[in-house]
Ligand binder design. Sequence first.
Ligand SMILES: [Fe+2]
Length: 161
Amino acid sequence: MKKQINRRDFLTRSVLAAGGLTLSATAVLADHPVDRLKGYAQVEQALFLGINRVKDPHKKSAVEKKHAPVIGVPQQIKAGQSFAVTLSVGEIAHPMGAGHYIQYIELLAGNEPAGRLELRPGLNAAQATFYLTVDKPVTLVAREYCNLHGLWESRLEIELA
Ligand SMILES: [Fe+2]
């Protein structure tokens, strides 16, 4: 038998549901990365204000060495032939423990998304390999996101043999 609800019950339930949505939205806002980091004294909150890149390739800081993606490609790349792009975070291996880890690694070929790997702390290494085929020179853009040190990017120009 179908249960009938009256207008008053319907309105009460709607208000409760809307209240739940408001609470959920508040919870999402409170879960901003900068708020989550308040307990970590060693975290530079400025790292969460934009995309981080190596400032001087000849004088990298410790955080740059640990976070800037390292892009590996074959010496020769030919038009129309698949090749492997290996991405590592970074040149010093990044931790992958429960409290400090890389959430994802992604690759773009120019502006085109070319691969994205979500990582599990305690299970994955902070590395990814994607296979690409290009028909003209392109800029590879590698990005990774660290839960404590934000979004990092490296670029590599690809020339064809
Ligand atoms: Fe990190």
